[in-house]
Design a protein. Structure first.
Length: 415
């Protein structure tokens, strides 16, 4: 009202009688403890949001990078295999009857026995966990953390086992020359049919054919699919060359023909391996070769006239081989090289070797005098284990546990 009267000129705005009284200033007392708790609660909420966003981002990146490995079924198998691997570390001994013509491997805490009657998986105090009743004339086995693949060499059938179930059981056209599991969920079958030197068939995680390649002139020695089922590498001998010539072919399964080839003159390729760090390692009669997945050579090593008797290419940081000479009369030497072909270590052997096993830090040499030599990657002898006189073989499971296979039992080795 007074403001309206001032505007209309009825009240003098400078008249002290009509000045507004100052309003009292009220200040609320601060609750510092409550403010601290509120700030802490907001910080916790923000931190939780960041963690959730980070997890979602990582999942999206993994799905983009390894999309074909992260199906619902594959995630289920991943967790099942993890549990099986952990439980498998408690295994001590498994009783069974040893037959020298059988194949033996460890898988998810059980002993895989491949014979002409089929495949059995034995566990301590549980008997036969699984029997694959297919008849194999010449059975071969390959295992990884997810599968066992059993195939009839120079036969026509193979079985893929996951856990205790036969996920796939198939016949092939022609005869099987070899089969390899990848580090992921796929596998390759190398076969021969009339009119071709070989046929490479790659299978994906659902056991469906994802790539088929007919080889007309080269003899394929070994072939393996990449862990993400997108690439493939094969080693071969060129049968039309006037001299001895081998090579490596690199495939992109989205293309019909090899995307790259590398020729090896005067040597015989022996095996190929996709390593964990996206490298391809090749062993040939004269040394090692290391490639990027696209076929670019990044390292090589020459045995300088020696012959590789046993080798392992599977470890991410190195490859190793027992190398000797036919004329020297000695037991050879263990050679360990990195992925650039540089020697990391050597160990001179005083006895002949029957088998080589590796983990990420050590090489295990099973000798003819029933000893297990443990050598580190620098070539230093760490330990020598004397095995039971009944030992016939040593095998390793997916957790890097080592087992001695005897006449009537398989026993875990403590090292």
């Amino acid at each position: 009202m007074q403001d309206d009267l001032r505007r209309r000129g009825i009240i003098d705005p400078d008249d002290p009688r009509y000045k507004r009284a100052a309003r009292p200033s009220l200040r609320k007392k601060r609750n510092l403890k409550a403010e601290r708790e509120e700030r802490a609660q907001k910080a916790r909420k923000n931190r939780n949001r960041l963690i959730i966003f980070g997890i979602i981002f990582i999942i999206i990146v993994l799905l983009i990078r390894f999309g074909d490995l992260f199906t619902v079924s594959n995630i289920k198998y991943t967790f099942e295999n993890l549990g099986s691997t952990i439980r498998g570390e408690d295994i001590s001994t498994i009783d069974f009857t040893y037959e020298p013509e059988n194949e033996y491997a460890m898988y998810k805490g059980g002993l895989v026995i491949g014979s002409s009657e089929g495949v059995r998986i034995r566990r301590p105090n549980k008997g036969d966990a699984y029997v694959a009743t297919r008849t194999f004339s010449n059975i071969q086995l390959d295992t990884n953390e997810r599968y066992v693949i059993a195939y009839d060499y120079l036969g026509q059938s193979f079985v893929v086992i996951s856990g205790t179930d036969a996920e796939s059981s198939q016949n092939v056209n022609g005869t099987i020359l070899g089969a390899r599991l990848s580090r992921g969920s796929g596998y390759t079958i190398l076969s021969k049919i009339t009119g071709y030197r070989g046929v490479i068939t790659a299978y994906g995680s659902n056991h469906k054919v994802i790539y088929l390649y007919y080889v007309a002139k080269d003899n394929i020695i070994d072939v393996q699919l990449s862990p993400n089922n997108r690439r493939m590498a094969a080693v071969y001998i060129d049968t039309e060359s006037e001299g001895l010539k081998g090579g490596v072919s690199f495939f992109d399964i989205s293309k019909e023909e090899p995307t790259a080839r590398y020729e090896i003159d005067g040597e015989i390729p022996l095996c190929v391996e996709y390593k964990e760090n996206n490298l391809v390692a090749v062993l040939h009669s004269g040394g090692f070769l290391f490639f990027r997945a696209n076929g670019r050579l990044v390292g090589e090593y020459s045995f300088e006239g020696g012959i590789p008797y046993f080798a392992d290419l599977s470890q991410s940081g190195y490859a190793c081989a027992v190398v000797g000479s036919e004329t020297s009369g000695d037991d050879g030497e263990l050679v360990i090289v990195n992925n650039s072909g540089v020697v990391r270590g050597k160990y001179k052997l005083g006895q002949s070797v029957k088998k080589i096993l590796t983990n990420n830090s050590s090489v295990f040499l099973y000798t003819n005098d029933n000893k297990l030599l443990i050598v580190d990657w620098r070539g230093n002898l760490v330990d020598t284990l004397v095995l039971d006189s009944n030992t016939r073989d040593v095998i390793m499971d997916e957790s890097n546990n080592i087992y001695a296979v005897g006449l009537s039992r398989v026993e875990k080795i403590t090292y």
